[in-house]
Design a protein around this ligand. Sequence first.
Ligand code: UD1
Length: 436
Amino acid sequence: MDKIRIRGGQPLQGKIAVSGAKNAALPLLAASLLTDEALVLRNLPHLADIATMTHLLAQHGTDLSMAGTHPSGGHMGQVLELRTGDITSTEAPYDIVRKMRASVLVLGPLLARCHQARVSLPGGCAIGTRPVDMHIRGLEALGAEIELDDGYVVARAPGGLRGGVVVFPRVSVGATENLLMAATLAKGEVILENAAREPEVGDLANCLNAMGARIEGIGGDTLHIQGVDRLRGADYAVLPDRIEAATYAIAAAITGGKVELVGARPATMEAVTAALAQANVSIRPSDCGVMVETGGGDSDGIASIDVSTAPYPGFPTDLQAQIMALMTVADGAAMITETIFENRFQHVPELMRMGADITVKGATAMVRGRGGPGGAGLHGAPVMATDLRASVSLVLAGLAAEGETTVNRVYHLDRGYERLEEKLSACGADIMRLTV
Ligand code: UD1
């Protein structure tokens, strides 16, 4: 199994190109099941999760072909053409779904187009129980009959889905996306209330509209969808990954460096920009993305801040581990509260092995920072984590730590960070993949 070896202490300097957003790409790929015409998706990241989704689609009957790469060349932005003339199987098997929770996103499209689906209950990152009850209740509100059979969600909608009102009891990105896709082909109007407002949901809605759907209210918490008889093909570019961009912003900050994130969209990063500004890290728009730099406040170091995760436009749970890594080298104490997932502090014991001072009480972690950039208090260690964002937080800590850090279980990183070690080493980091 591959490992990543980091020798910390180098301030990052240079440019990092931001890839297409994994969490936008996955639902967009699933949306290809809604039409028998070709959906061309541009700016797709090269990631293990994307490969898992295309594998799943292929077994539903989707023909996939590579249609070139991003004009900026290199490895960036693959272009895929997806055409699902006939859906040859409406079953999403356990063997694929267990690898990635987002596989459940085929449920809505299959049910909308074929009026039936059998989808394994999902696996994915080990960050809490993560049920799919809201996906199921929502589809039932559109007339689906659903039962659980032997670990599978078995759904039928004889005669097709119909209009209805779905009020989500809490904000769910995946449930909003599944319902949004299902609703496009329903008979009548579907209203989704308390919908997730994440930019990735907006990206999906925009693509569905380009395919002929009639969705209004994009970006808000109430979505109105007028069902149509059929959707057509489209050509759509995935939005840049705000979580990847912010992770590299934190990498620049934790090393006291200066990095331009090429392609980053500042408008999707406002909560992070505000939090980092308080921490004495500036993120300002540049000609081709954003520029990240530490300093400018009362001191040159990182100031401690309190952060609580929340649905968009709040501070993303997918950056909680990374901001915690930054706080381990801040000047003072920080309180980090996780409100979206239980059991999302798996990075804490690993960060502590590197010298971090963290106490967890319930959903809050108190981080007593080790002061200043360069992370005088952190030292390298062999570490591992059991989810994607926890793993990358260990890479960040390794960049700041003195000595050598080895991050094991790199396959978590490969699920969500394209060419991580290449992007970081191009900015001066001493980081290498070791193939064991
Ligand atoms: C998506 C993201 C993930 C991110 C998360 C929250 C993708 C592929 N993944 O995950 O990176 O961390 O949003 O921003 O886009 N819940 C239920 N019942 C349900 C559905 C969810 O109780 O039916 C709970 C979850 O356990 C969690 C909360 O709702 O506590 C939010 O989860 P959700 O927004 O659905 O996360 P995902 O869509 O799985």
